[in-house]
Design a binder for this molecule. Structure first.
Ligand SMILES: CC(C)(COP(=O)(O)OP(=O)(O)OC[C@H]1O[C@@H](n2cnc3c(N)ncnc32)[C@H](O)[C@@H]1OP(=O)(O)O)[C@@H](O)C(=O)NCCC(=O)NCCS
Length: 173
């Protein structure tokens, strides 16, 4: 699956992305805002494992964000199951060198459209730390709204903290 957005392309992860993925993802500032399953340090071995896991997805749920020819970030969807099967969780990250150029906002807008058009879902949501102003801004620009504060729900870097849920319904989009 390939989504063209001018100078940004959303596409499947490929073997050739190993070095660029490890280079851009290996950043404590990125790790600090994501789950611990997103490794730090982010080695080329971790990059190989990730790409091996997701490169053949069909339909694609995990996209590389390609900017000027290199995979510099990722955006993905986790479809929920059982009674939550009409929902999907969305997540994204971008190499620090590329922050504040509108890349995540453009990517998320495209991902929203792709998700509601491709999967039988009616709700997208994301978990975010309240300190993550940039991500909250990205979601707000894409129409997401704050829904809940999960108190003391998270332990990150040995610190307990709240986590916010932002959501977007298909009917709002
Ligand atoms: C969150 C992230 C993907 C944003 O990517 P990005 O491409 O820089 O986002 P955009 O440029 O589209 O939008 C960022 C917005 O936040 C604003 N912003 C960034 N830092 C800010 C700050 N400290 N205070 C206020 N606003 C801030 C920018 O000005 C911009 O808003 P604007 O367009 O109204 O000016 C990137 O910062 C990142 O990868 N962070 C680490 C991983 C992460 O947090 N992932 C999301 C987990 S929920």
């Amino acid at each position: 699956m390939i989504i063209h957005l001018g100078n940004i392309i959303l596409r499947n992860w490929q073997e050739k992305d190993v070095k660029s993925l490890a280079k851009n993802a290996n950043n404590k500032k990125i790790h600090d805002n994501l789950r611990d399953s997103f490794p730090y340090p982010y080695t080329e071995m971790a990059a190989k494992q990730w790409i091996g896991m997701v490169k053949n997805e069909n339909p694609t749920t995990n996209f590389a964000i390609e900017y000027k020819g290199s995979a510099v970030g990722g955006i993905g969807l986790i479809k929920q199951e059982d009674i939550f099967r009409k929902s999907a969780e969305i997540g994204y990250w971008l190499g620090e060198k590329y922050w504040n150029k509108g890349i995540a906002t453009k990517s998320l807008k495209a991902m929203i459209e792709y998700s509601f058009n491709t999967f039988d879902i009616i709700r997208l949501y994301a978990h975010v730390f309240e300190s993550n102003i940039a991500s909250i801004r990205v979601m707000t620009k894409c129409g997401f709204r704050e829904e809940a504060r999960l108190r003391d729900a998270v332990i990150k870097n040995n610190t307990i903290q709240d986590c916010l849920i932002y959501f977007l319904l298909k009917s709002d989009f």
